[in-house]
Design a protein around this ligand. Structure first.
Ligand code: TRP
Length: 333
């Protein structure tokens, strides 16, 4: 039975605080999968340093992220939760894969172009070869699916290309993973600019709800959410991006369909709709925030979780790495 389980793997960079978007778009969907799949989730701290980080903040956020994953329902008994830098095989396979990724391919990555434009004073090698490390993260565990946001699809495709190239030379070493992009909640947009993704960078504009935000903050952000000059609640992402985004959020936290939401708010303006979405989000996030705060005070527990996670992950990862080292011609230790 155990062997029949399919494997899933994903990572989140601890470079920014988790948002409502990361919860609804990713983590919430992960929690429900533990029974069906063998799941690996990690804090991608190696990836985080491609952009300069304050060391104390990075350390704190990595632990906070683990506490938040668990508070979101990822049971450490059923999921393998670990910190990327604790499993040295990631960096090692990342190096090997660097040698099987082409300059041209890496240059075409839109995230690299975006990030280089935003960090013009720090366009470092790590930023450029980021997809090779990400490919290593994935291929070490031979997962069937890789749940990611739409913005990571290109990286998973490049991982595919690298794996295919490697397999072409050495035989079937890597299993080719599929991106797994959930339909609802895949893209939660900014509350202040519903045409860009809800993200850390939208935070200063009041567009981003953080997982740890207080009820007061959440209520304020939803009251101020950008809508349109009409007055009715209707799902039409092209014409009514703000309202549609709020509907997506409301649907994700209440489980109600768009039709049902339209009926619920028929004849009522945004003055009723926006606070109602805020309230629903507050009630969804309240238990998560409380549990994450409690776990953050229990460092011994968190340490137990990430140590056990790294041990299990590294056992699997080592098998793949050993095979790769042998194939490329390294002398066995
Ligand atoms: N690059 C991903 C992001 O920025 C995070 C990530 C790193 C990842 N390694 C991964 C996601 C492996 C899935 C699989 O969101």
């Amino acid at each position: 039975m155990e062997e029949a389980k399919k494997t899933m793997l994903s990572g989140i960079k601890p470079s920014g605080d988790l948002t409502l978007g990361s919860y609804l778009g990713a983590i919430k969907n992960w929690a429900a999968r533990a029974e069906e799949y063998d799941c690996y989730y990690f804090m991608a701290d190696l990836h985080a340093i491609t952009v300069r980080q304050n060391p104390a903040d990075l350390r704190r956020r990595t632990l906070e992220q683990l506490a938040q994953y668990i508070a979101c329902g990822l049971d450490p008994e059923k999921n393998t939760l670990f910190i990327q830098s604790h499993v040295h095989q990631h960096a090692e396979l990342g190096w090997v894969l660097n040698c099987y990724a082409m300059f041209g391919e890496l240059s075409r990555m839109t995230q690299f172009k975006d990030k280089s434009a935003k960090n013009a004073d720090n366009i470092n090698g790590g930023l450029f070869t980021y997809p090779c490390l990400m490919a290593a993260d994935i291929l070490l565990y031979q997962p069937d699916y890789v749940p990611v946001g739409d913005d990571q699809r290109q990286h998973v495709e490049l991982c595919h290309a690298i794996a295919r190239r490697f397999n072409g030379v050495y035989g079937d070493v890597f299993k080719l993973p599929e991106p797994y992009i959930p339909k609802v909640g895949a893209r939660i947009m900014s509350l202040s600019d519903p045409t860009s993704k809800m993200s850390k960078s939208e935070e200063e504009n009041g567009g981003t709800v953080l997982l740890m935000d207080t009820p007061e903050t959440i209520a304020r952000l939803f009251k101020r959410a950008v809508t349109d000059s009409e007055t009715f609640v209707h799902y039409d992402p092209a014409r009514k991006p703000g309202v549609s985004n709020l509907m997506t959020i409301y649907s994700a936290v209440t489980g109600k369909s768009y039709d049902k939401i339209e009926a619920e708010f028929a004849g009522q303006g945004y003055g009723v709709f926006k606070p109602a979405v805020g309230e629903a989000v507050i009630e969804t996030l309240r238990p998560i925030r409380e549990e994450a705060s409690r776990l953050m005070k229990d460092k011994a527990y968190l340490e137990g979780v990430y140590r056990a996670g790294a041990e299990k992950a590294s056992h699997i990862a080592e098998k793949t790495l050993r095979k790769v080292y042998k194939k490329v011609g390294f002398v066995a230790r």
